[in-house]
Design a protein around this ligand. Structure first.
Ligand code: COD
Ligand code: ZN
Ligand code: ZN
Length: 376
């Protein structure tokens, strides 16, 4: 390519600091160094975690930063030593990398590679430097990805090659929201055929949990949300019933106990609220019920519950990115999508040109969108 080995000038949305809109600027993207890959982003979704940063909820974030972590694109060029990718390949960046060597990567039961930048927010690539500059300032990377830009650079362990026929404007959701919810049901929860599930929170991730429960063969999938507007879509994706805690005098776990002969087999918390986490645990059946935490609670929040709930045989588990080993599993999820094992196009309620990124965040904050996908 004509651009190989040279810096690229392109458009990006910069987050200069919390509580201000993103600003579209011209940036310079340096060529990839050893074991790095420069990607032309084609489509990127707007996700809750990006909004958490913008609203200042993540206190140790480094600014300025290019946010965005759910995307699909095409390899522009590769650095020295990259063997599994070449220019023109379709790819999905991975906000949980997979180095293949650390304790978590070597454990078949874990997926949280030591090389991840979640919770640390160093905002640099593995060589401790950034590839982005704007107006002479260094701009930070975000959780190994940074996709609110026409071009990004990622470490080789943070990008997966996907099928050449994959529609990038759809499979970008496999980069975060869909896979997080779907994997929470099929990997972390290991939902069994014929079981009863409750899903607390019916946003894009909760709906993806519903899809996972359905693919796993659950016979009842009960959606729980404070917003009745979420119920129609939940039923389209496979919820068999939906309930709103506001419609009952009894606590919601008692309502669920009455509906399910003493409690559900699997309860999923997809809100990010510690009170809801405890409700989910209380909703699960003694002796065998499993509760999966998917939501991220505020950093100072503490979950409290009677330990007898656990002593009497309930399980409490959680995982990031639905437990998927990203580099291995993302290509398989894309093939499953192409082969119609599941369908999630309906999660994309809005498409906007990249320049309208701030409108996309407004739709998310007002609860009007499930997913907005930005196109370059
Ligand atoms: N009870 C029931 N439902 C509730 C309650 C409540 N008390 N409060 C809010 N809700 C509903 C809302 O009405 C809404 O429908 C839903 O919960 C939340 O949906 P969204 O659209 O705000 O969010 P999602 O589905 O896009 O994401 C939810 C997460 C909890 C997964 C997300 O916010 C999160 O915590 N992400 C961090 C965890 C993670 O894995 N991140 C990876 C990178 S994003
Ligand atoms: Zn996300
Ligand atoms: Zn690793």
């Amino acid at each position: 390519m004509a651009t190989t080995g040279k810096p690229i000038k392109c458009k990006a949305a910069i987050c200069w600091g919390p509580n201000q809109p993103l600003s579209i600027e011209e940036i310079e993207v340096a060529p990839p160094k050893c074991r790095e890959v420069r990607i032309k982003i084609v489509a990127t979704g707007i996700c809750r975690s990006d909004d958490h940063v913008m609203s200042g909820a993540i206190s140790d974030m480094k600014f300025p930063v290019i946010l965005g972590h759910e995307a699909a694109g095409i390899v522009e060029s590769v650095g020295e030593g990259v063997t599994d990718l070449k220019p023109g390949d379709k790819v999905i960046p991975l906000f949980v990398p997979q180095c293949g060597k650390c304790r978590c990567c070597l454990n078949p039961e874990s997926n949280l590679c030591y090389k991840n930048d979640i919770g640390k927010y160093n905002g640099v690539l593995l060589d401790n430097t950034s590839r982005f500059t704007c107006k002479g300032k260094v701009i930070h990377h975000f959780i190994s990805t940074s996709t609110f830009t026409e071009y990004t650079v990622v470490d080789e362990i943070a990008v997966a090659k996907i099928h050449k026929d994959a529609p990038l404007d759809k499979v970008c959701l496999i980069g975060c929201g869909f896979s997080t919810g779907y994997g929470s049901a099929v990997n972390t929860g290991k939902v069994k055929p014929g079981s009863t599930c409750a899903v607390f929170g019916l946003g894009g991730v909760g709906l993806s949990v519903v899809i996972g429960c359905k693919v796993a063969g659950a016979s009842r999938i009960i959606g729980v949300d404070l917003n009745n507007d979420k119920f129609a879509k939940a039923k389209e994706f496979g919820a068999t019933e939906c309930i709103n805690p506001k419609d009952y005098k009894l606590p919601i776990h008692e309502v669920l106990a009455q509906m399910t002969n003493d409690g559900v087999d699997y309860a999923f918390e997809v809100v990010g609220n510690t009170t809801v986490m405890t409700s989910a645990l209380q909703s699960s059946h003694f002796g065998c019920g499993k509760t999966v935490i998917v939501g991220l609670a505020p950093s100072t929040a503490k979950m409290t519950f009677d330990p007898l709930l656990i002593l009497t045989g309930r399980m409490l588990v959680g995982a990031v990115f639905g437990g998927w080993k990203s580099k291995d599993d993302v290509p398989k999820l894309v093939c499953d999508y192409i082969n119609k094992k599941f369908e999630f196009d309906g999660l994309i309620t809005h498409n906007l040109p990249f320049d309208k990124i701030n409108e996309g965040f407004e739709l998310l904050r007002k609860g009007e969108s499930i997913r907005t996908v930005l196109m370059f």
